[in-house]
Ligand binder design. Structure first.
Ligand SMILES: [Zn+2]
Length: 400
């Protein structure tokens, strides 16, 4: 029995290597795959047959011959199957259909309103039902991947703790699988975003980096020697709940003075409202159609692009708090790169330049030499592309 198990494992591994090679280097011939990985031609032929049978790979014409028969070239077929990616933030649920290269084909966004606890899960299931309604079946769906804030047990697919949405020990994987009969993954959102930047985005060459999401909360994910550092209970990277002021603001988590309450969108929004109430001059009120309820992070970024003094002064303050936190991370983990993502960071070059300035001023020179601080490369789609990256890595072992 043991030997059969080993053999099956080796076959699966070879199949993954072959698929990954076709994905990266296709159109490519069978013999070239064999040569690249020192695999036997029989091994490659049998793996390719399986991949063609599963529609993951197709034959696309012939290459040039070295004297003998012209070799048949193989190509990855990313549109043969699809997957569903879902991101649950503190304020919205985003759901999308993507192909096997994480290209978004259809995407919908829903506001969570004031739902909490079980209501959030009921709402999620309702959105999913509605989304899959037009599909005849999910037979061609590789799986469903859900990413969310807070502490997640990704092995068992359980949300351990999400203070913002009041979710505790929710077996999401089990609930979704029993309802939709499709394999389901659950992971922390920022871990998924980091995985996406590493496997699909522009950051594939870094082995030590930190992804920071600045949105309705503040999260981070830490890549150490090419692997995500998850900690003992899967909670590593809860950057937003690091304490910066023992006498500061009370946080949803029960602690006082958590960094999140100084740099996330709700903190920025509260500062904007208070400044506007005091009669501070700003174009924000006008950009929001003279309705404070319409002041969004997009409006804030728009004001920044118009050099609005109020928006700039709040950004400056936010960047300095964020940078203090980042200086701590830089000293603890000595990363090669820090990626800034989330609704506050999208296309926000001013945030990057301010944060870089502060980090370089306060972190030790040895740590900042060669340190890249950059915006995420996948834009707003990272929310669902991150979810896709989790499935693609686990199902096909797409190389990091
Ligand atoms: Zn907290």
């Amino acid at each position: 029995m043991r030997r059969t198990g080993d053999l099956k494992l080796i076959q699966e591994l070879n199949r993954s290597i072959v698929l990954d090679t076709i994905r990266h280097y296709g159109p490519i011939s069978r013999s070239e795959i064999a040569k690249r990985h020192k695999l036997s031609p029989t091994t490659v032929t049998s793996a390719v047959s399986e991949l063609i049978r599963d529609s993951l790979v197709s034959e696309v014409g012939t290459g040039t011959s070295n004297g003998g028969r012209k070799p048949i070239l193989l190509q990855f077929s990313p549109d043969s199957r699809f997957l569903i990616g879902i991101s649950i933030s503190g304020s919205k649920i985003t759901i999308a259909e993507m192909n096997l290269e994480a290209k978004v084909r259809k995407k919908e966004v829903f506001t969570i309103k004031r739902y909490q606890g079980d209501q959030v899960i009921a709402y999620l299931l309702q959105i999913m039902e509605q989304f899959v309604l037009p599909y005849e079946s999910l037979d061609n769906c590789v799986g469903i991947s859900i990413v969310t804030q807070g502490i997640v047990d990704s092995d068992n697919g359980v949300i351990r703790y999400n203070p913002k949405l009041k979710l505790k020990d929710i077996p999401v994987k089990e609930i979704v699988e029993s309802r939709f009969h499709s394999k389901t993954w659950l992971d922390n959102d920022t871990n998924a975003y980091l995985l996406a930047e590493k496997s699909i985005g522009d950051f594939s060459h870094y082995q030590n980096m930190i992804y920071v999401t600045i949105g309705d909360g503040l999260g981070s994910s830490i890549l150490v020697n090419g692997s995500i550092y998850r900690g003992f209970a899967g909670g590593a990277g809860e950057f937003g709940h690091t304490t910066i002021d023992r006498t500061g603001v009370r946080c949803d988590c029960g602690n006082i003075g958590c960094l999140e309450n100084y740099v996330s969108w709700p903190a920025i929004y509260a500062k904007l409202l208070s400044a506007l109430a005091k009669g501070k001059q700003s174009c924000i009120f006008e950009l929001a159609g003279h309705d404070v309820n319409h002041i969004s992070s997009a409006v804030f970024r728009q004001a920044l692009s118009q050099n609005d003094p109020l928006a700039e002064s709040i950004l400056e303050e936010t960047a300095s708090y964020l940078a203090s936190g980042l200086v701590n991370l830089v000293h603890l983990f000595n990363p090669e790169a820090i990626i800034l993502g989330g609704e506050i960071a999208f296309e926000n070059e001013l945030l990057v330049s301010k944060v870089t300035e502060y980090v370089h001023e306060y972190a030790h020179g040895i740590f900042t030499e060669g340190l890249a601080i950059r915006l995420n490369s996948l834009g707003e789609d990272v929310e669902v592309v991150g979810a896709a990256a989790v499935v693609l890595q686990d199902t096909f072992q797409f190389s990091l």
